[in-house]
Write a protein that binds this ligand. Sequence first.
Ligand SMILES: [Zn+2]
Length: 142
Amino acid sequence: MSKSTPLPEGLEFQTIEIQSNSGEAQIAKVAFKKWSEKECNTRALKKTSKIVGTILACSLIGLFVHILLVVIIPAVFITIVGSFPLYLKFKNESSTVYYAQGSCPSCHFNGKLKPYLDSKLNEEMTLQCSSCGQTMKAILKS
Ligand SMILES: [Zn+2]
């Protein structure tokens, strides 16, 4: 997720417990947005078409460099076949985590911790410190 991503309106907050590698735990807050079914669909379509579009656009280079076609034709095929499970994965993201407000167990930077790799709201998530880059485990508290 890029830094320029604007935060949507209606963010909800929930308490999480951040666990450092050394086993220390601390309480923080996570900001997330719940999507309606319609929003899930639109978002999934957008995200999937962006990825597929990028790969297809890159493969256009192959039209000029013919030796690359051997690599590109299977890549395009895999992309098109793979786009459906990708779409389902995105569609399944009913709540997206935008950031967690807390302090990093490694460098004690106090601010926004970003979701790492997967931004879906889960019982257990991985966050990354935007200051030192350290990842940490976060558990959702009910
Ligand atoms: Zn840090």
